[in-house]
Design a protein around this ligand. Structure first.
Ligand SMILES: [Zn+2]
Ligand SMILES: [Zn+2]
Length: 170
């Protein structure tokens, strides 16, 4: 889910999914395995699914259930227990040889299935910064995350500080 949120957030201006290197950073950060073509087609396919993922991640519970179902059936997802690298048995619902963008769709839909079942969709929100469309995934126990990035939280902390200063000197 974190990988999907980050991927969607690369589309928030300025776009930060323009180069192979940026794909690589994202791939490595989320310890992806399996097929990775490292070519222009893969980059453009990844760029192309960001809107679709955003719609899934920002829909209400019933809407998200419908979209996740459609994504899984379109991909003919078949949940299988797999064990690879150092990872113990876990679920993959699509072959590791499928194109990366298809796998991201299926994995995100599967993660969404868990969130929907647990009725935890409130963990997903849009950044509290007025001008920012970034998504926030809050997995913290006290649900304290409101901003998509340290850049947004710093900007807002600074603005709140200035506002306090102003009211203190008035
Ligand atoms: Zn795996
Ligand atoms: Zn933000």
């Amino acid at each position: 889910m974190r990988a999907a949120v980050e991927l969607v957030n690369t589309a928030v201006e300025p776009d930060t999914l323009l180069t192979q290197e940026q794909v690589e950073t994202w791939w490595t950060a989320h310890r992806y395995t399996g097929r990775h073509d490292r070519d222009a087609a893969e980059l453009s396919a990844l760029r192309g699914i960001r809107d679709e993922l955003r719609t899934l991640l920002t829909s209400d519970r019933d809407g998200a259930a419908e979209i996740a179902n459609a994504m899984l059936s379109d991909a003919r997802a078949v949940p299988q227990l797999v064990r690879h690298d150092e990872l113990d048995w876990h679920i993959h619902a699509i072959s590791s040889e499928a194109p990366l963008d298809r796998r991201v769709i299926v994995e995100t839909a599967m993660a969404m299935v868990d969130l929907i079942r647990a009725d935890e969709l409130s963990r997903l929100s849009v950044c509290a910064d007025d001008g920012c469309e970034g998504l926030v995934l809050d997995l913290s126990r006290n649900r304290s995350r409101r901003f998509c990035s340290t850049r947004c939280s710093n900007r807002n902390a600074a603005a709140a500080y200035r506002a306090r200063e102003r009211s203190a000197t008035e």
